[in-house]
Structure formats: C-alpha cells, structure tokens
Design a protein around this ligand. Structure first.
Ligand code: AP5
Length: 213
C-alpha cells in the first residue's frame, strides 16, 4: 500500500506515520526528517536547505523531488511506503506521478489530516523530538515519562529550530498558499481521504485505520 499523509504543520502526520509503520509494515518517508539529517551532517544540501527551513519557507522543488525519488527506489519500499510531508506543491505532486508511473506504482490513498489553525500553534511550540530515534512528544498532550528523556530509547529530547511562534506563522501561511491546493489535486483523482485530526492521538489512529482497512 502506497500512502501520502497530507496536512498542515503540526497536524500529526509524523505522529500517525510512526504508529502506522508497525501496523502496515511499510516505511515512513519524511522529507523533513531527511532534510534535518542533512542539516545535522552539514552536507552541501543541508546547508542550502537550512536557510529555507529556518524561515519556514519550502526548500526548492527540484531538491526534494530528487530526495523522494531516490528514497522510493530503495528496496524496502517495494511492498509499500508512506510519504510524510511530500508532495507539498502541485509541481511536486506532478513529478511524483511521473516517478511512480515509471516504476509501475501508484498512490492508493491520500490521508488528509484536518486540524484548525487555532490548535496548530500550541501543538508545534510544545513539541519535543528525540535526538536519537526521532520519536515525537508534546509537553502537555503527549509528555514523556521523564522530562527531556525519550521513553522509547532514553535519548535526549530537543525543540526544533522552526517550532517558534514566528516561523510557525510563516509555515502555516506557506501551507495555505502552496500545499492546500493539493487537496483539490487529489480530490480530482479520487484519492483524498479526509480525517478529522482533532481528538486523542489513538482516536485519530483508529480513524485512519478504518479508512485503510
Ligand atoms: P516537516 O518536518 O515536514 O514539517 P511540517 O510539515 O511542518 O510538519 P511537522 O513535522 O511540523 O508536523 P506533523 O504534522 O508531522 O506533526 P507531529 O506529528 O510532529 O518540514 C519542515 C521543513 O522542511 C519545511 O518547513 C520545509 O522548509 C522543509 N520541507 C520538508 N518537506 C518539504 C517538501 N516536500 N518541499 C519543500 N520543503 C520541504 O505533531 C506535532 C505535535 O503535536 C507533536 O508534539 C505531537 O505530540 C502533537 N500531537 C500530534 N497529534 C496530536 C493530537 N491528536 N492531539 C494533541 N497533540 C498532538
């Protein structure tokens, strides 16, 4: 099964994707995680991407399309994959269609997680992520057992550079302008599966599984 997780920053795409990995035995492909890894390793691509990420802008299409294309071609994606945070513009979606056509693959469902803007700021500014394994937490809605320590691997939790109020504001605007048009794009293809993203993390997982079967 090949999935896309679509939704504004903080909608819960990463949180839900991590839970779906085990349930469906398919890998999560997060372009955001791949870019943050490149920033951490101070690669040329990472240094270039950081400028956009720190201001809440999108990294140029050709960069992320290349990253996603190479990742989908890996053998662990043969039985399916979950795209988290890609595509994010109509040109990215069109490029993805071409890449998948060439591989004789197709997207089965686009899970569109809907959360009102009023809820997103609090989710993002309270997010904490494990430096070692990438597990996400929230200081109020999903706190770790011990403050600053990952429940899963004992790693150190950190706050993302782009989770401050100013950058979150830019990211939400960029989402409305450049990513929200994908809702129509995938509705027209009959692939959009809207999910109410307000409620407990477990309830939302149940709603997604009800759609995927
Ligand atoms: P990326 O890392 O993809 O960030 P994003 O799309 O802004 O999404 P987030 O990771 O912020 O949110 P999420 O929906 O995964 O929420 P999460 O599950 O963590 O991208 C970062 C940057 O990289 C971009 O700004 C851009 O510069 C660049 N980039 C990446 N991909 C790109 C692309 N394709 N093209 C161009 N540029 C690209 O949840 C958030 C918090 O809420 C957590 O603390 C969680 O615990 C909590 N939470 C989750 N669910 C619930 C719930 N139901 N109730 C209460 N709290 C909840």
């Amino acid at each position: 099964m090949n999935l896309i997780l679509l939704g504004p920053p903080g909608a819960g795409k990463g949180t839900q994707a991590k839970m779906l990995i085990d349930a469906y035995g398919i890998p999560q492909i997060s372009t955001g995680d791949m870019l943050r890894e490149a920033v951490k390793n101070q690669t040329e691509l990472g240094m270039e991407a950081k400028k956009y990420m720190d201001s809440g802008q999108l990294v140029p299409d050709e960069v992320v399309i290349g990253l996603a294309k190479d990742r989908i071609a890996q053998p662990d994606c043969d039985k399916g994959f979950m795209l988290d945070g890609f595509p994010r513009t109509v040109p990215q979606a069109e490029a993805l269609d071409k890449v998948l056509d060439g591989m004789d693959k197709k997207i089965d469902h686009v899970i569109s997680i809907e959360v009102p803007n009023s809820e997103l700021l609090g989710r993002l500014t309270g997010r904490r992520t494990c430096k070692a394994c990438g597990q996400g937490f929230h200081v109020m809605f999903d706190p770790p057992k011990q403050e600053g320590v990952c429940d899963k691997c004992g790693g150190e939790l950190y706050q993302r550079d782009d989770d401050n109020e100013t950058t979150v504001g830019n990211r939400l605007k960029v989402y409305e302008d450049q990513t929200a048009p994908l809702i129509d794009y995938y509705t027209n293809k009959g692939l959009l599966r809207p999910i109410d993203g307000v409620g407990s993390i477990e309830d939302i997982q149940t709603r997604i599984k009800a759609v995927l079967g």
